[in-house]
Design a protein around this ligand. Structure first.
Ligand code: G6P
Length: 482
């Protein structure tokens, strides 16, 4: 039996299956996985996650009880759940990604969406089943009194479900996203909004990446549940139970990142990029092609910058890495196409025989991203809204002289803001000006700021971040957990 368990939709690895049935393993993507992978691998933590693809499902079927670590892969303890594909699809795409993600990132085009009818009721039922499958697996795997860390908006109902099954457990929930203010959160049907909040309040400890998001959650609990929020003591009391609220601002393990970033594959990408861009200055962005990342406005801002500063023509290149994400959703496919159109416009307007002003890369390539970080003069991170944004933290660790242009709506702005050029993500002209300011920033100032960014980015590396949340669940009698 296990004394510490982590549960999240996406696990540390994913599998693809070739036509001849051969499985290939790859690291999972996104902020949650980057954060947790380093922290859990060596400490005997059991990670429960969902099979996301046919490849994952094949891997699960080849291992007893879905324990894919027992099939000879060098990963920590991982149990993958083979949830029926239709249930998974409705829970992940329709509810988690098209509803809860949209609500918490304020992404709706309000005159047209959302609208909740009978179809949503079915989807919500699947979300419940999917959360229930996690609760069941955790209840099976957890030792008496074990500590269970449930992650993110996919699994908001699991804490309360698990508590009902196993009142002996100590349960934490952590949100890797922002949290919406009550007037936006209450776009959800009332019963659904309440179920989400009460699901999380089933935990002993509810964690957030930034104080803003924790406050918004408490606002929702007060407004929609009539719960009692103690702002100073950071807790919410509802129906006689108290859940502590924590703010744990996930950072980066700088040494591990550096170790990876000096491997030969990264060095050879650096050489290739240098060959391609010469000695020109580099503005870098690295994102999933995600609506909340605001890539289109970022590109338009770069276009405005080029229009306003002809002196930079031929002397700067924008490396925009926008990796495919959630392509089962039409909004994401359309957004990717829009990013490509926008990039093409910049090319058509400014490219010359010997200057490519923009290199847009839409294929996921981790070592190439690390190479770009190392070479960046400017890093552009301009999300509409973001729980934290680890790119804003990774860049200054890997680049010795990068100036950061950062959206004030990223959770990371709370810590990095004083040393970054902070912008309103909707204000394209301000963003264009900030790109210019970042490019011409004097060398001593950029190094001074970068050192401070580096210190802030590494302040709470994943190991410590996880340890802080485990501590918040209180000490545990290891004997009991066996
Ligand atoms: C964000 C979420 C994570 C999610 C990641 C990637 O960081 O907070 O929970 O895993 O995006 O999204 P995906 O849908 O590909 O798992």
């Amino acid at each position: 039996m296990n004394s510490v368990l982590v549960a999240s939709n996406r696990g540390p690895v994913s599998f693809t299956v070739s036509d001849d049935g051969e499985l290939t393993m790859k690291r999972g993507g996104g902020g949650l996985v980057s954060g947790l992978s380093g922290a859990t691998k060596d400490d005997g933590v059991l990670w429960v996650c969902a099979a996301l693809s046919d490849g994952d499902r094949s891997a699960v079927r080849l291992t007893p009880g879905g324990r894919i670590d027992q099939a000879g892969y060098d990963i920590g303890k991982v149990r993958m759940l083979d949830i029926p594909p239709a249930t998974f699809h409705r829970a992940y795409n329709a509810v988690a990604n098209s509803t809860l993600w949209f609500v918490n990132h304020l992404l709706y085009d309000i005159p047209n969406s959302p609208s909740f009818g009978t179809r949503f009721a079915r989807e919500w039922e699947s979300y419940r089943d999917y959360n229930g499958a996690f609760a069941l697996a955790l209840a099976e795997e957890a030792g008496h009194g074990a500590r269970v860390m449930v992650q993110d908006y996919h699994l908001t109902l699991t804490p309360a479900m698990l508590r009902a099954e196993r009142p002996d457990l100590r349960i934490a929930h952590f949100s890797h996203t922002p949290w919406a203010p009550p007037e936006y959160f209450s776009l959800l049907p009332d019963a659904v909004a309440r179920e989400v909040l009460e699901g999380i309040l089933g935990a002993d400890h509810a964690g957030f990446l930034a104080d803003r998001w924790a406050q918004a959650f408490m606002d929702c609990c007060e407004a929609l549940l009539g719960a009692e929020a103690d702002r100073a003591g950071r807790s919410v009391t509802h129906q006689g139970r108290t859940t502590r609220i924590g703010v744990h601002s996930l950072g980066v393990d700088g040494d591990a990142l550096w170790e990876r970033a000096v491997e030969p594959d990264v060095e050879s990408h650096m050489a290739a990029l240098r060959e391609q861009v010469g000695e020109r200055s580099l503005i870098v962005r690295i994102d999933r092609t995600e609506l909340s990342k605001n890539i289109v406005r970022g590109l338009v801002a770069y276009g405005e910058f080029l229009a306003a500063h002809p002196e930079w023509h031929g002397r700067v290149v924008h490396l925009a890495f926008a990796y495919p994400s959630r392509h089962d959703l039409p909004e994401y496919r359309e957004y990717t196409a829009m990013v490509q159109r926008c990039a093409q416009e910049i090319e058509d307007t400014y490219a010359t025989e010997d200057w490519d002003p923009l290199i847009l890369n839409v294929n996921d390539d981790y070592p190439r991203s690390l190479a770009a970080y190392r070479m960046a003069d400017v890093l552009l991170v301009n999300p509409i809204r973001d729980g934290m944004n680890l790119v804003a933290k990774e860049g200054p660790i890997l680049s010795p002289r990068c100036a950061l242009v950062l959206s004030r709506e990223a959770g990371a702005a709370a810590e990095l803001g004083p040393h970054a050029l902070v912008v309103n993500p909707y204000d394209i002209t301000e963003t264009a000006d900030a790109l210019h300011e970042a490019l011409v920033m004097p060398e001593d100032e950029r190094r001074m700021r970068r050192d401070k960014l580096h210190a802030a980015a590494t302040a709470l590396p994943p190991q410590k971040w996880l340890a802080a949340q485990l501590d918040a669940l209180g000490p545990i009698d290891e004997q009991q957990a066996l």
